[in-house]
Design a binder for this molecule. Structure first.
Ligand SMILES: CCC/C=C/C=C/C(=O)SCCNC(=O)CCNC(=O)[C@H](O)C(C)(C)COP(=O)(O)OP(=O)(O)OC[C@H]1O[C@@H](n2cnc3c(N)ncnc32)[C@H](O)[C@@H]1OP(=O)(O)O
Length: 309
């Protein structure tokens, strides 16, 4: 079943309007894409999928539906051979206010179970399920470019640390808010933030005090790679990066994402071994010959037609 709405920008894949039109459409999308109730999924250009958090009236707070819709959405994207790269952003005034505090009461604060062991087991299941919501981004072989404007609070930081490229607007701020609501962040921030930024001391400070970090500091510490003056220019920048990625061999791009992540979590020796095993298959692709020929003919990789992956 293909439940992603084909964007108004594209009548069908392959018919691509200008970046400006795409930015306008992406900044004012119509609403969640059925059957989703919290996500809008569109296709602003060839091979690019745009996923937008879409509960603007609640500042994109992550309710129960959201936690499972993300898994369905990214599993679908992982299987979609037309998609080569994802742009992720938030609708409305801010990126996200984090977990929906009105919605967590049932599951987390009144857990089911006849005794402490059963209650603990139930809670463990929920935490693992919630962790999956962001791990699917990392597990998706297509690179994910996240574009943050305004606030990115709590679970928002868990989300963005699972993405491959992080951009933000000048007015963006980031807050590891969990200690303020009485819990240790448990869906990825404590594991991934130290891999995203170099200073362990800064990670500890942010996570233990929940102070806000503004865009300039986010750029200087490496959490984001670029800061844009406003949302439109950021979405244009995200689309440009996505266009560069989608124009290259999907074998090369997906192999690069998977091996970068593997190497992040393993020794250099293990990473090299994994790489050798990976490329002993992937070097057999026709994409190398096609790409090398384009280089020799001084053409862009974007001129090459690659098979789907
Ligand atoms: C196993 C679990 C793992 C996950 C753990 C995750 C933990 C976390 O995410 S901790 C962080 C939780 N989030 C927060 O503490 C942020 C709360 N919100 C805010 O501080 C402000 O809303 C914000 C600064 C983000 C924006 O302020 P602004 O003045 O622009 O908007 P508001 O008037 O406050 O909000 C507008 C409506 O949205 C509702 N809302 C905002 N945030 C949440 C939220 N997190 N959960 C539920 N609802 C939220 C707010 O109530 C307003 O609704 P309404 O009154 O109906 O208009």
């Amino acid at each position: 079943m293909n439940f992603f709405r084909r964007s108004a920008v594209l009548g069908s894949r392959g018919l691509c309007f200008s970046t400006l039109n795409a930015v306008r459409a992406m900044s004012s999308s119509g609403g969640p894409t059925p059957p989703f109730t919290t996500l809008s999924v569109t296709h602003p250009a060839n091979h690019i999928t745009h996923v937008e958090l879409h509960r603007p009236e609640k500042k994109n707070a992550m309710n129960k539906a959201y936690w499972s819709e993300m898994v369905d959405c990214f599993n679908q994207i992982a299987e979609d051979s037309e998609c080569r790269v994802v742009v992720f952003s938030g609708a409305g005034k801010i990126f996200t206010a984090g977990i929906d505090l009105m919605d967590i009461a049932g599951d987390l604060l009144q857990p089911k179970g006849d005794d402490p062991a059963r209650i603990a087991w139930y809670l463990r299941g929920i935490i693992c399920k919630y962790q999956k919501t962001f791990s699917v981004i990392e597990k998706c072989p297509k690179p994910v470019v996240v574009a943050v404007h305004g606030a990115c609070v709590g679970a928002g930081v868990d989300l963005i640390t699972a993405c491959d490229i992080r951009l933000c607007t000048q007015d963006a701020w980031f807050q590891v808010k969990e200690v303020d609501v009485g819990l240790a962040a448990d869906v990825g921030t404590l594991q991934r933030l130290p891999k995203a930024i170099g200073s362990r001391s800064l990670v500890n400070e942010l996570a233990l005090t929940s102070r806000k970090m503004y865009s300039d500091e986010a750029k200087s510490c490496g959490l984001v790679s670029r800061v844009f003056p406003d949302k439109d220019s950021m979405i244009a920048g995200a689309l440009e990066i996505a266009g560069e990625i989608s124009g290259r061999s999907p074998v090369a791009v997906q192999g690069t994402k998977i091996n970068l992540l593997y190497s992040r979590d393993h020794s250099v020796t293990e990473g090299l071994d994994y790489m050798a095993t990976w490329n002993m298959s992937m070097l057999q692709t026709q994409d190398i010959m096609k790409s090398a020929q384009a280089v020799l003919e001084k053409k862009s990789p974007k001129d090459v037609i690659f098979s789907k992956l």
